[in-house]
Design a protein around this ligand. Structure first.
Ligand code: Q9C
Ligand code: ZN
Length: 341
């Protein structure tokens, strides 16, 4: 299996609030480099560089003004003489107005964010757009006839919706790739999201559509981030009714519960008969993850890969979360090795 990777991810290394104190994000550069090292150690296949795509490709699932905001935010922040990470601190909740885009960067940051887990720094845009290009390159690899590919994306993407960032995510790499699959001639695409956290951004982007099936296994939002989406009764809207399926799982879920839910989720994906499958690959379901609450073992990730292979469809793996850096390489690559059988 080809891996698409770039060192540009290292340009993004940001801070977040942990227990009220500003510290380096759990989502850190060593994550991607540890996975890349493991890809090479097991001899998964060649590691290739991404092609550069025009940002209009990102605007197939995001709004143009949001993409422009991401590109320009750091410059606007710097114009005010600010040097530390740009962080949102106010949001247009409930009865506040969200129909007028603020002009001031402080207003824009809140307007285009769902939380404060998305600092923007000098190198963020370059890392973010390269991450999306990795996913687009991975889809191009499938279109060239490969059965599978691995886009080693960082920053991750599945919390980012059409017009907002959140949870370490800026552009929705998996959604951008799924849309590229359709634009390239696929008639039906499925996105299977196995990150511990619900992929609220991907769900939101495709919620009213019947050409992209979204299926997600995740910590129950009553207990887990992102808290405000990911319940079982969210099954799609309008033409998309029946094309969204959530599997919220309890704190402490191990392979017993997870394997059964995954088998059911994969049956649903296979029934959709997709021309191409995009897997949002998070390994924060691991027992040692510092911000998540499942109990999967490293060997369980081999089983996940084998179960996904059973769908029998060309598959693009897009890296999402996973914060136990010591084990992230083994766990992520175990999914890919399990898939290859
Ligand atoms: N203080 C992904 O896995 N909350 N995002 C973290 C830690 C945000 C996770 C709380 C978690 C977002 C792609
Ligand atoms: Zn996650």
């Amino acid at each position: 299996m080809l891996t698409v990777y770039s060192t540009a991810h290292r340009l993004h290394h940001a801070t977040e609030l942990k227990d009220g104190v500003l510290k380096p994000c759990f989502e850190m550069p060593s994550r991607a480099d540890t996975i890349r090292a493991r890809v090479q150690a097991v001899g998964l296949g060649d590691v290739i560089a991404p092609r550069a795509f025009d940002p209009s490709r990102y605007a197939r699932v995001h709004s143009e003004r949001y993409v422009r905001f991401l590109e320009q935010a750091w410059g606007e922040w710097r114009e005010l003489g600010r040097e530390h990470d740009a962080l949102p601190l106010i949001w247009p909740v409930r009865d506040l107005r969200s129909d007028i885009e603020p002009e001031h960067i402080d207003g824009k940051l809140g307007f285009y964010a769902m939380d404060a887990g998305v600092a923007i720094t000098a190198g963020t845009w370059e890392a973010v757009r390269t991450s999306a290009d990795l996913a687009l390159t991975g889809m191009a690899v499938l279109e060239a006839g490969e059965r599978s590919a691995f886009a080693l994306c960082r920053p991750p993407g599945h919390h980012a919706a059409a017009e907002y960032m959140g949870g370490y995510c800026y552009l929705n790499n998996a959604a951008i790739a799924a849309q590229a699959g359709l634009d390239g001639g696929a008639r039906r695409v499925a996105v299977l999201d196995i990150d511990f956290h619900h992929g609220n951004g991907t769900q939101s982007i495709f919620y009213a559509r019947d050409d992209v099936l979204f299926v997600s296994l995740h910590g129950d939002p009553k207990q887990s981030y992102p808290y405000f989406l990911g319940h079982r009764d969210e099954t799609g809207a309008g033409a998309g009714l029946g094309f969204n399926h959530n599997y919220p799982l309890a704190h402490g879920t191990d392979w017993n519960g997870y394997g059964a839910a995954l088998a059911d989720a994969c049956r649903r994906v296979a029934a959709h008969a997709p021309d191409v499958l995009v897997v949002s690959l998070g390994v924060d379901t691991f027992k040692g993850d510092p911000i998540s609450h499942f109990r999967l073992e490293s060997e369980d990730f081999l089983r996940i890969g084998a179960t996904i292979a059973g769908i029998g469809c060309p598959t693009l793996f897009v890296m999402e979360g996973g914060y136990m850096v010591d084990d992230i390489g083994v766990n992520a690559v175990n999914v890919l090795c399990g898939f290859e059988g």
